[in-house]
Ligand binder design. Structure first.
Ligand code: SAH
Length: 342
């Protein structure tokens, strides 16, 4: 029998395994505490687990922790971790301190299918989904070496979370469970380039998890170019899915808007964006483009970025600027590429 990664297991599955091993149910909670609260990555280090049980567990299960292959720190405090997966591929995870927040940006796939032309993550194409346990292991690996507590978790690393929704959801449920990581759902954000059926699924779950939409363009012809998925799921359908989300959950969404010089920064672009933001009562998060040299796009100047933001706020939109962090270590938005095994 192939061994199972214990990080892949939903809490109920772990309970069932313990029952099948003729163990008492309270052992599960002990295991969860060692795994997720004390971050122990070896069954032998779990002090109140008897030796016989440790041996039984080791026959069926393994703890799929991930090794940090590289760890770099930016001058602005952002830290990037290159994690080695068991198949030899690598993913990147970024820890971003900002004021009282310490946000962990998680990857969900090796590569990405959606080929937004300005983003590095999709450049090498798509390789595979991460398992729930690999996503959990990203969190645990960073927690292990981070001095400060992580306050927020965003699925904004490599990949498209709603394209791997089953696994991402499992990871979120484990992260959120009080017996496991006990991370409040409101501290977790899922970001999508707009996969509509999954936005409806996400809505139905009625989680308290935040939803962000990578809009980047507010008219179809421009969005078709910047976010090619728009050809399949055009703006009017995306807006409907967002309206349904807002009405059903009574929660607001954030629209992310990567500001690219000469591409989506005109007054007409602003007016289109304002119309959608008003309709959705959404906050707009403006992200100045972070340079990915080979892709041929460029960042707006600081003044132009401020002007763009002012044009939004003057029209009554709640708009914020997301400072590019970790640029010097290629850890900023859209710069994560990981590594695919040669
Ligand atoms: N696939 C999901 C999750 C990735 S989030 C999504 O699209 O939402 C990463 C965010 O950074 C997305 O909004 C993405 O469009 C944006 N991004 C990509 N390349 C960028 C770049 N070079 N500069 C700034 N933001 C970028």
């Amino acid at each position: 029998m192939e061994k199972i990664n214990i990080y892949d297991l939903m809490l109920d599955d772990l309970r069932k395994i313990l029952i099948s091993l003729k163990e008492m149910p309270y052992r599960r909670d002990q295991l969860l505490s060692w795994l997720y609260k004390k971050n122990v990555v070896d069954f032998k280090g779990m002090k109140n687990i008897p030796k016989e049980l440790t041996e039984k567990l080791e026959k069926r299960l393994f703890i799929g922790s991930l090794k940090i292959a590289e760890h770099v720190k930016s001058v602005d405090g952002t830290e990037k971790f290159l994690l080695k997966l068991s198949d030899g591929n690598f993913i990147e995870t970024v820890l971003i301190p900002s004021g009282t927040r310490n946000t962990l940006c998680l990857s969900t796939q090796v590569g990405c299918k959606f080929s937004c032309p300005f983003c590095a993550s999709g450049k090498k194409g798509f390789l595979r989904n991460l398992t729930p346990g690999e996503i959990i292991a990203e969190v645990m690996a960073v927690k292990k070496i981070s001095k400060d507590a992580i306050t927020n978790y965003v699925f904004m690393g490599m990949g498209e979370p709603l394209d791997n929704w089953e696994n991402v959801l499992k990871a979120i449920l484990i992260m959120n469970d009080p017996k496991a990581m006990a991370i409040g759902a409101r501290r977790i954000t899922v970001s999508t380039c707009g996969i509509i059926p999954e936005i409806y699924d996400f809505t139905k779950l009625d989680l308290q998890v935040n939803l962000s939409i990578s809009l980047h363009a507010a008219d179809n012809s421009l969005r078709d170019k910047l976010v090619p998925l728009n050809k399949r799921y055009p703006l009017e359908k995306l807006i409907k899915a967002c309206e349904n989300y807002i009405n059903r959950t009574r929660r607001l969404i954030t629209l992310e808007y990567v500001l690219i010089k000469g591409k989506n920064d005109s007054i007409k672009n602003i007016e289109d964006l304002v119309e959608i933001a008003r309709r959705l009562r959404a906050k707009v998060n403006v992200i100045p483009y972070s340079d990915v040299s080979v892709l041929g796009f460029s960042a707006p100047s600081r003044e132009d970025t401020k002007e763009f933001l002012k044009n939004l706020t003057n029209r009554g939109i709640n708009a914020t600027l997301r400072e590019s962090k970790g640029v010097d270590i290629s850890a900023a938005c859209g710069q994560l590429a990981g590594k695919i095994k040669k």
